[in-house]
Design a binder for this molecule. Structure first.
Ligand code: TXA
Ligand code: MG
Length: 318
């Protein structure tokens, strides 16, 4: 479908933003992880606009965002025991649980799957917005498909101005990496996408939690993981001990330790949380500055480091 130019209204008012949803429109809004691009979960034609605006492949399901746990019963057949434990511990927060969906949820929302991802984001502004929408809101990250996820409203505007009805402007997002997606359809929680809640944190609540591992020939259970992701225009190189920086011009570097050579752009992060928080915006800054290669220092794969390395590896994929 060809998308016509739409005027994108910018507002700080969650109630004004919610009016667009109620009229069948699509609205970008801040969460504690990244900005999302929302539509009413029960409005199939609004959801189609979300896929169009982002140029998102239609085989990639969306996460439903709720303002209170009562809304789970509008979406899911039942709350399993494993889901109940994780909801009690992590909602509101950067965790998405996957449950069997109700028939009433349109197929387009879940890309034909019989399950739906559900999460309750944490910041006050997003909670006010979601409550004012009076329905669960399905939302992927508010970037053009394949680009780095947006952590500021300016990054949303860069990708989607003229393609969506409204941007609810908030602060830069607190965490900067997406939620952890956990399949809770059975007794054993299975991490489908690593994210802001670490495996260690999940296991404190549900020690049986496992990470879903695919062999290269298998289709991933979280369909989004099949697609190219998080990529700036610049080439991403994971900088390890053997990396030769000297022959590369017009390059940038992000990591926790100072590199041995000079770079056009440099971001040294004092903590891994700061690295996670700044990486996507750094990628975008580098694109604006015409950087051709971005070196990313690898991190230990514990805590949020697992999700950070996952995003760096995907961004580095050709
Ligand atoms: O933090 C986040 O999760 C952000 C904010 C906006 O909430 N959202 C986000 O959405 O990252 P998106 O669409 O960019 O990524 C959602 C991921 C995809 O990998 C998708 O395949 C997976 O969640 N997913 C969604 N529903 C699923 C389901 N029913 N079963 C398995 N995976 C699912
Ligand atoms: Mg995304």
């Amino acid at each position: 479908m060809k998308l016509l130019f739409v005027k994108t209204v910018h507002t700080n008012d969650p109630f004004e933003a919610a009016k667009f949803i109620k009229r069948g429109g699509i609205v970008a809004f801040p969460t504690e992880t990244v900005y999302g691009l929302g539509a009413n979960v029960f409005d199939a034609s609004a959801i189609a606009k979300v896929f169009d605006a982002k140029r998102r492949p239609t085989d990639n399901p969306l996460i439903a965002h709720i303002s209170n746990t009562g809304q789970i019963s509008e979406l899911a057949v039942a709350i399993t025991a494993s889901a109940g434990k994780l909801i009690a511990a992590f909602f509101p927060g950067p965790l998405t649980i996957v449950l069997k969906k109700l028939q009433a949820v349109p197929e387009i929302a879940t890309a034909g799957l019989d399950t739906i991802g559900i999460r309750m984001p944490r910041s006050d502004l997003v909670r006010q917005f979601l409550a004012a929408c009076e329905a669960p809101i399905v939302a992927p990250s508010a970037n053009l498909s394949g680009r780095p996820s947006p952590t500021t409203w300016q990054a949303v505007a860069e990708d989607l101005n003229g393609r969506i009805d409204c941007i609810l402007q908030g602060e830069p997002t607190k965490i900067g990496l997406e939620s952890t997606v956990v399949d809770c359809t059975s007794d054993i929680p299975i991490v489908l996408r690593s994210g802001a809640v670490s495996l260690e944190q999940l296991r404190e609540i549900a020690p049986e939690t496992i990470k879903y591992e695919t062999t290269p020939s298998e289709a991933p259970r979280s369909p989004g993981l099949r697609h190219k992701h998080y990529s700036p225009k610049a080439r991403i190189v994971i900088a390890d001990a053997g990396t030769n920086f000297s022959e590369v011009e017009n390059a940038a570097y992000i990591g926790q330790n100072s590199p041995p050579t000079m770079f056009e752009r440099l971001r040294i992060c004092s903590t891994i949380e700061e690295y996670a928080h700044s990486m996507f915006e750094f990628f975008r800054e580098c694109d604006r500055a015409g950087i051709q290669t971005i070196f990313c220092e690898p991190v230990d794969e514990t805590g949020i480091g697992t999700a950070l390395m996952d995003r760096i590896r995907r961004a580095a994929q050709e």
